[in-house]
Each structure stands twice: as structure tokens, then as C-alpha cells.
Design a protein around this ligand. Structure first.
Ligand code: NAD
Ligand code: ZN
Length: 367
């Protein structure tokens, strides 16, 4: 089997979604239907920005028997962190929930997906880091994105870092796909502007990487092209956060997630993972930082990206690798080069002849 065989030949998508202003109001009907089919409390994992739902669970149509768990977004998910949330839920006597809600950005949605799988599969989070290791469908899960771009609402993975092994990998499984999405652009109105751009451009970057890669999927390509069009409309326009722009970006995020689930990323993501693993930088801002060094590899997209950033007056951190030690540079190199599949997708089987240690370090020094 070639390195670029995804094993995702028969693609699973989210079976049900609603999109549009006010979609979150559908939650009442969906939970009502769910409660008539399954016993047990509903668990809502909510981004810390929405922590008020903990004190006012009725806003999410939850009762006192349900459970709201606030997810911190200071750090991106780790296997230990997911295990700690799971253990905490069990310590509240919750063994068999009827539904799990993930309301937030990629961190919260990924955490919800992982917790859903753990309820119905023995072991802890690291047991399922890899491809198709989850054997039983998780608990019925509802995704409610509150920031757009990563496509985490659409994909079959939930990214987690294992601090012990340094492995940054999700539970890649069709059981990780949400059962229901409520995509309500009203929820993204409060996202800070810089963050809105960083996360939004994750959709753009997934798709430029997929379209420039060696491994292609015909439907993935079509989704990628439209995702890029939508991102250009949103970030090339006057008001990237108008109601119409926020709805467009939500569509782009979902479609970009569907696209990338059929393919691989390219060069930006391996370098970005290096920045995340070694410097603790969050995924989406790290991608934007990496774009500083991508002129050579994605020249047209490089120009386009920086024009969009300028149009929106967004600041992307600069000089992030200045003053790093030789050891840190070595860690950056190792954390990048480990991403064999994406690098092969971008540069072909001979990628290591192009990305020599010196070359990788020069690329980091441009950021
Ligand atoms: P995030 O979860 O990192 O949140 C970013 C920030 O925005 C946080 O401070 C959060 O509290 C805040 N926020 C979220 N919604 C808000 C709102 N409506 N108003 C105000 N603030 C709000 O967001 P992200 O960038 O969507 O997610 C990044 C994560 O997604 C990373 O952990 C990354 O690994 C993961 N990811 C997953 C996939 C996947 O397929 N599963 C794909 C790409 C990235
Ligand atoms: Zn990404």
C-alpha cells in the first residue's frame, strides 16, 4: 500500500446538519427526540467563553440531571486532559449519557468527540490515537461550532497531543464523526478579530495544501475550490464579520473539513505542528506564522494570503524563532519531519532530499 493511501476510500460525512442564523434553537427538538430514544443525562462540553451555560443550563435546554462541563482553551487538547475530563464525569456517576454536546471551537469539539468515544470503548484516550482503532460507535454527539475554520465539526478526527510520547494525533475513525451539527453563525459574533482570521484561514490553508498535493480526491478538490472562494470573499471584503460573512465562513469551514477528510494537508501543517509541539503555539495562529516562510512553495497563495491579512488589518506574530537554542531548533526539525504523509503529499517520495535539516531550519528562521 502506497504511503498516500488514506484508507478513507469510502467517505463518511456528518449525517445531519442545520445551517443558518438561529439554528441553535433546533437543539430543543433534537434533545427531546434523543431523550425519547435513550436514557441517561446529556453532557454539554462548552468552550470557556460560554461558561455562563454552567450556571444557566436551561439556555441549552438542559435540566438539573444533565451536566455542563466547561472546557479550558488555554492549551490545546492532550490525552491526559481528555482522560481527566472523562474521569471527572465518571466521578459524578455518569456512566451512560444519552447525548454529548460539543459547543465551541476546535478544542471543545475535539474534546467532545474524544469523550464520546471513551464512553463506549475501554481504555483511555491514548489507546485510540491512530487510524481506525475505535471499535464501537461512541455516544450520540452534537457539534455546535462557535468559531469557524478548522472544519473539526466535519472531520473524522479529534486532535490530541500525548505529552509522554510527543505524538500529536487524533482518534481517526468514522465513529469520531458528529451525528448532528447545528451551525449557527450568530454564535461567532463575539470572536476576537485576530482569532477570527487565524481560525478562518485554517480552512483556506487546508484547501490550498490539498489542491497542491499529489494525493487527490475529485470531490475533495471541488469542495476545496469552493472553500477557497468563500474565504476570499470573506477576507477580501470590507467586513469579514458581517452576518453574511460569518455565515459564509461557517460554510467554508464545514466544506473545508469535508475536503481535507478525503486527502492530506501539505507543507504548512507539518511546520505548524513543529511550532505547536516545541513552542506551545496554538494551531491556527501557528499556520499563519508558517505562511511567512511559504513564498517558495506556494507563491500565488502566499501573495493572496498576505493581501487578505493586510485587507483585514490583522497582526500575525513575527520573529517567533529568533533567539531559540540549537536544541530547540533540533526539536523543531524533528517535530516537522515526522509528518511523512503530508510531506510526501506536498513534495513527493523524495521530500527528505528537499527538506534537509539545513533547509528546514532556514525555513523556521524566516518566521
Ligand atoms: P479554539 O477552540 O482553539 O478557540 C480559540 C479561541 O476562541 C479560544 O480562546 C476560545 O475560547 C475562543 N472562542 C471560541 N468561540 C468563541 C466565540 N464565539 N466568542 C469568543 N471567543 C470564542 O478554536 P479553533 O481555532 O477552532 O480550534 C483549534 C483546535 O482545533 C486545535 O486544537 C486544533 O488541533 C484543532 N483542529 C482540529 C481539527 C479536526 O479535524 N478535528 C482540524 C483542525 C484543527
Ligand atoms: Zn489545520
Amino acid at each position: 500500500m502506497g504511503i498516500l493511501d488514506t484508507g478513507v476510500k469510502n467517505v463518511a460525512n456528518v449525517p445531519r446538519y442545520t445551517i443558518g442564523s438561529g439554528s441553535i434553537q433546533e437543539l430543543e427538538r433534537i434533545l427531546h427526540a434523543r431523550r425519547s430514544q435513550a436514557k441517561g443525562p446529556v453532557i454539554a462540553l462548552v468552550d470557556e467563553f460560554f461558561s455562563e451555560y454552567k450556571t444557566n443550563p436551561a439556555h441549552l435546554n438542559l435540566t438539573k440531571d444533565d451536566h455542563v462541563c466547561v472546557v479550558s482553551t488555554t492549551h490545546e487538547p492532550t490525552t491526559d486532559g481528555v482522560d481527566a475530563i472523562f474521569d471527572n464525569l465518571k466521578s459524578h456517576g455518569i456512566t451512560s449519557p444519552s447525548a454529548i454536546i460539543g459547543l465551541g471551537g476546535g478544542i471543545t469539539m475535539d474534546t467532545a468527540k474524544a469523550i464520546s468515544n471513551l464512553f463506549n470503548n475501554p481504555g483511555n484516550a491514548e489507546t485510540y490515537q491512530g487510524w481506525d482503532l475505535v471499535k464501537t460507535p461512541g455516544v450520540y454527539k452534537i457539534g455546535i461550532p462557535t468559531i469557524s475554520g478548522t472544519g473539526a465539526e466535519a472531520t473524522r478526527t479529534c486532535v490530541m497531543t500525548n505529552k509522554k510520547t510527543g505524538l500529536k494525533m487524533g482518534m481517526n475513525s468514522e465513529f469520531t464523526v458528529f451525528d448532528q451539527l447545528l451551525m449557527d453563525p450568530d454564535l461567532t459574533v463575539t470572536v476576537p478579530r485576530n482569532q477570527y482570521f487565524y481560525t478562518g484561514m485554517d480552512a483556506y490553508i487546508h484547501c490550498i495544501e490539498a489542491l497542491s498535493g499529489h494525493y487527490r480526491n475529485a470531490i475533495g478538490d471541488a469542495l476545496s475550490r469552493e472553500t477557497i472562494n468563500l474565504c476570499k470573499l470573506v477576507f477580501g471584503g470590507q467586513d469579514m464579520m458581517s452576518p453574511a460573512s460569518r455565515e459564509r465562513l461557517m460554510v467554508a469551514s464545514y466544506m473545508g473539513g469535508c475536503a481535507i477528510a478525503t486527502s492530506y494537508v501539505g507543507l504548512v501543517h507539518p511546520f505548524s505542528a513543529g511550532l505547536s509541539v516545541v513552542l506551545g503555539m496554538h494551531h491556527c495562529v501557528a499556520n499563519c506564522v508558517v505562511m511567512r516562510a511559504m513564498r517558495e512553495f506556494y507563491p500565488r497563495e502566499y501573495d493572496e494570503f498576505w493581501l487578505l491579512a493586510e485587507t483585514q488589518g490583522v497582526e500575525v506574530p513575527k520573529g517567533v524563532c529568533n533567539g531559540l537554542t540549537a536544541e530547540q531548533y533540533e526539536q523543531l526539525y524533528l517535530a516537522t519531519i515526522i509528518h511523512q504523509k503530508s510531506l510526501t503529499n506536498a513534495l513527493g517520495d523524495e521530500y527528505s532530499n528537499i527538506l534537509t535539516r539545513d533547509k528546514v531550519l532556514r525555513i523556521f528562521s524566516l518566521m
